[in-house]
Design a protein around this ligand. Structure first.
Ligand code: HEM
Length: 442
């Protein structure tokens, strides 16, 4: 399998660290859809052919586990929660958590997500002056966190917001440092990082312990149905230990707010750049006659849904997914031995010229006209597909609906797009300053 030499990797070391997306793009341009990295021991391959990706994530998923550096780093923060855990525990956890993400439940939480968006927007009062420039990225983090709290734990996290945001960003930094070796470069001796991780984990634990204790206090466990059908209720009513419950809560905090916040920031950027699409969305949303809900059918919001899909194509927050093979397997025309590390990048796949005409253009219509059915994996694929998929898409819809009903977005003077920064999710480096004007302002 072709790929960069050790000398290439050594030369690229700094740029890989700073900007792995450009590095990955360059290696696929140079070597094709399957690229091998020079590492000792079992091979590490980048897979960028949609058929190969489907094989690893879906049809042959049983042979490709999460025993990778990326997930080991994540597990240092979340413990073996649903996202990081490997078989055989995974299926049990997934079954347990699934009802908390069912449609029934989403119907119940739309209002809470809308409240989260309204509260944060009102608190920030972004348009005290019409046309003021606002960094929407921190706002989206707050909304993401608040929505997870209200909808998944039925808890008001506002009192802990700062602690949680700080702790998750410290944790994210740690995960990134360790997980970076997903692109095999150098080993880390992260002593300082380890210390920061420990304190971040302590903070996250403390908040989780409070949430669990508060719920247990609320009523006698003997009361039927008391614990409720949110995730926290399901976990408390299960056989899980408190430590396991804590891991799941922290998993949801980490997996559930960073990703959504990043997705929303990039979507708002694209809408600010494309005010004609924004106007069509505003008209479509206005024609509903009532505020949009997490479950408003796609047919009623074709352009709005398509814009969200297209934003997740161009800026998929989860930029790299890794797996390791348990047994030898042939992928395409390559025989991969047991222990092979597969690196899959939604970012690369979504910008692959062979799959997407004019791949770097924001063209929501492609999702109305029938986009490719494979090679689009912003929320993963196969059995380990994002459990929060419908929740996340619904949340984006509600938050964008709220924003567009009140504001017009455009780019500030002298606009240049923020660079993508690959943390756990791909975030806009330095934030996302956009101009917000009240929608009824003339
Ligand atoms: C899994 C992306 C929102 C919880 C995943 C995976 C991706 C992903 C790509 C698969 C990872 C892999 O196969 O290695 C996203 C994006 C989101 C989002 C882009 C927002 C736009 C959420 C939300 C939650 C969540 C809101 C929870 C509240 C999880 C969990 C898993 C997961 C628990 C692991 C599922 C399993 O392995 O069974 N997500 N996610 N995600 N996500 Fe999300």
């Amino acid at each position: 399998v072709p790929g960069p030499s050790s000398a290439d990797m050594a030369r690229a070391f700094r740029s890989v660290r700073r900007d792995p997306l450009t590095f990955l793009t360059e290696v696929t341009e140079r070597f094709g859809d399957t690229v091998a990295f020079p590492v000792p021991g079992a091979p590490a391959v980048l897979l960028n052919d949609p058929a190969h990706v489907r094989q690893v994530l879906q049809t042959s998923a049983r042979n490709w586990g999460k025993q990778t550096v990326q997930y080991a780093a994540l597990a240092r923060v979340t413990g073996p929660g649903l996202l990081a855990c490997a078989e055989p525990n995974w299926i049990e956890h997934r079954r347990l958590a699934a009802p908390a993400f069912h449609r029934r439940r989403l119907e119940a939480v739309s209002e809470q997500v809308r409240d989260a968006a309204r509260t944060v927007l009102a608190d920030q009062n972004p348009t005290a002056h019409s046309g003021s420039v606002v960094d929407v990225s921190p706002l989206m983090h707050r909304i993401g966190l608040d929505a997870v709290g209200r909808a998944i734990f039925s808890s008001d996290l506002t009192a802990s917001t700062e602690r949680l945001l700080d702790a998750s960003s410290a944790a994210a930094e740690f995960i990134v440092r360790l997980g970076r070796s997903v692109l095999p470069t150098a080993q880390w001796a992260p002593t300082r990082t380890n210390l920061r991780l420990r304190s971040a984990r302590r903070e996250l634990d403390a908040v989780a312990v409070d949430i669990i204790a508060a719920r247990r206090r609320t009523a006698a466990p003997s009361t039927p149905d008391f614990h409720g059908d949110d995730l926290l209720g399901l976990l408390i009513d299960s056989e899980l230990t408190d430590v396991e419950i804590r891991d799941e809560l922290i998993t949801m905090v980490i997996a559930g707010h960073e990703t959504v916040a990043a997705a929303l920031s990039w979507t708002l950027m694209l809408l600010a750049e494309h005010t004609e699409i924004q106007d069509r969305m505003r008209a479509e949303l206005g024609a509903l006659g009532s505020p949009v809900s997490m479950l408003t059918p796609r047919e009623q919001l074709p352009i709005t849904r398509a814009a969200i899909d297209e934003a997740l194509r161009l800026y998929p927050p989860a930029w790299a997914i890794s797996r390791r093979s348990l047994a030898a397997e042939r992928v395409g025309d390559v025989d991969l031995p047991a222990g092979t590390l597969a690196i899959i990048s939604p970012w690369l796949l979504h910008r692959r010229g062979k799959s997407w005409p004019e791949p770097t253009q924001f063209r929501p219509e492609r999702f109305i006209q029938g986009a490719p059915t494979s090679g689009y994996i912003p929320l993963g694929q196969g059995p380990r597909l994002c459990i929060g998929r419908d929740f996340a898409l619904g949340e984006m819809l509600v938050v964008i609906g709220e924003l567009l009903s009140s504001y017009r977005l455009d780019t500030p003077p002298g606009w240049t797009r923020p660079e993508p920064e690959t943390l756990v999710a791909v975030h806009p480096r330095g934030g996302m300053p956009l101009r917000l004007t009240p929608a009824d302002h003339h």
